[in-house]
Design a protein around this ligand. Structure first.
Ligand SMILES: O=C(O)C1=C[C@@H](OP(=O)(O)O)[C@@H](O)[C@H](O)C1
Ligand SMILES: C=C(OP(=O)(O)O)C(=O)O
Length: 431
């Protein structure tokens, strides 16, 4: 499907000549924005989504909703979403490399009346999806995936889904579970999911799904590994999206890597976002994180201890954290993130290769990374069309001259303005 692809050039990540000292306003949360859009699409009346993320992944979600007969109108920084509607004929949904679009929209298509073909980047064809397609089929969906369990596939909407009870292995991605729960209110009998297999990663994202469902008027229940979402009419007139705390990660760790202080505006006092875990990481690494009414202030010294971290619940933070730990004064171990091999790229292999190529001694283990810091040098940092590898390269550049970050535009998946925000922070260092 014709859809924007990233350009191939490089960006020389700026070196921090002294301690960093700056403020940043990161854009809205990808995960919250795309959940709000999905629930707005299923609602009975329009929803004004305020301060949403505007990026490749969220544009793809809005386009998907459009393909299913919904609509949206932008007013300043806000987006009014109109629900999907019945319609005949065929439609196409472009997935890009957006996990949220690939996992959350097939159920919407199954609830509709169109024949919808799904496809996206080469990379999304390799990302796990089969357990979700299997569960949707078990709930009554008509899906033709040619037996691949991956895009391209077609969903033939039959005007509704029976729903009911289903078993799901969500160990490869929490998004399978979130997908069933988000669509649950639209199923005739609601949905009851019993998790089988290993524990899903990214527990905060599951809590986020339940939270958003409640805000739209649904009544999800959880009893350990059993989830129930009754059928419900959804409505929410207005919803304000929080800043993306995972996008904030490189700015937070900049103060630890270079010393100095960074302030992230609008950090929420309470949130389901996994990025909130960064506050405890900062403390564990010897810095300070102060949450005030206008945001989070992080202060560091540039000295970092080696640590052992289980990142199962906050896997998407791994690339940035791994880059930071290359500056530690001893070895580190990251575990619990085997599922990262099925993210935008095989992140464990990519990080081991790229961090090692610049001099660190990094190996990928069965479920994580072993990082032995060593003197590092500049060179090309390949990014594998992965926005979080661009952010990881930026962190390395703080202390290593000549880090050439490949294809920086791919960061537009979640933060199109990242390079200029980073250049501004790093070049405005204090004495
Ligand atoms: O539901 C979501 O919004 C997300 C869930 C997580 O996926 P996995 O559970 O596949 O890691 C996370 O890594 C991804 O960036 C966003
Ligand atoms: C895994 C990620 O994205 P996606 O929503 O495509 O799964 C991520 O943003 O780190």
């Amino acid at each position: 499907m014709p859809e924007a692809t990233a350009q191939q050039d490089t960006w020389t990540a700026p070196v921090a000549d002294g301690p960093v000292n700056g403020r940043v306003r990161v854009p809205g949360s990808k995960s919250i924005t795309n959940r709000a859009y999905v629930l707005a699409a299923l609602a009975g009346s329009p929803t004004l989504v305020r301060d949403p993320l505007v990026s490749r992944d969220t544009r793809l979600m809005l386009a998907a909703i459009g393909a299913l007969g919904g609509g949206h109108a932008e007013t300043g920084a806000d987006v009014r979403v109109t629900p999907v509607s019945a319609g005949r004929g065929t439609a196409g949904i472009a997935l890009g490399n957006a996990g949220t679009v690939a996992r959350f929209t097939p159920a919407l298509a199954a609830l509709g009346t169109r024949e919808v073909r799904f496809d996206g980047d080469e990379a999304i064809r390799r990302r796990p999806l089969a357990p979700l397609l299997g569960a949707l089929t078990g709930l009554g969906a008509d899906i033709d995936d040619g037996g691949r369990g991956a895009p391209p596939f077609t969903v033939r909407g039959r005007g509704g889904l029976r729903g009911g009870a289903v078993e799901l292995d969500s160990s490869a991605s929490s998004q399978f579970l979130s997908a069933l729960l988000l669509a649950g209110p639209g199923f005739g009998e609601g949905v009851t999911v019993r998790l089988v297999g290993g524990a899903p990663p990214s527990e905060p994202h599951i809590a986020m799904t339940l939270d958003l469902l409640r805000r739209f008027g649904a009544a999800p229940e959880r009893d350990g590994s059993r989830f129930h979402v009754p059928a419900a009419d959804l409505a929410l007139a207005e919803y304000v999206v929080e800043p993306d705390l995972s996008t904030a990660a490189p700015f937070v760790v900049a103060a630890l890597a270079a010393g100095g202080s960074t302030h992230v505006e609008g950090w929420p006092a309470e949130t389901t976002q996994p990025g909130d875990w960064l506050r405890s990481l900062v403390t564990e690494l010897g810095g300070s994180a102060e949450l005030g009414p206008d945001g989070l202030t992080v202060t560091g010294t540039g000295e970092i201890p080696g640590v052992s971290l289980d990142l199962h619940e906050v896997g998407e933070l791994t690339p940035v954290v791994a880059a930071l730990l290359c500056f530690a004064d001893g070895p580190s171990e990251i575990s619990g993130v085997a599922h990262l091999r099925g993210h935008e790229t095989d992140r464990l292999a990519a990080l081991a290769a790229e961090l090692s190529a610049l001099g660190a001694n990094v190996t990928d283990t069965a479920d994580g990374l072993r990082i032995i810091p060593a003197p590092m040098r500049g060179g090309t940092f390949h990014t594998y069309d992965d926005h979080r590898l661009v952010m990881a390269g930026a962190v390395l550049g703080l202390r290593i001259p000549g880090v050439l970050v490949e294809n920086p535009a791919t960061v537009g998946k979640t933060f199109p303005g990242f390079v200029s925000a980073w250049d501004t922070l790093v070049t405005r260092t204090s004495d």
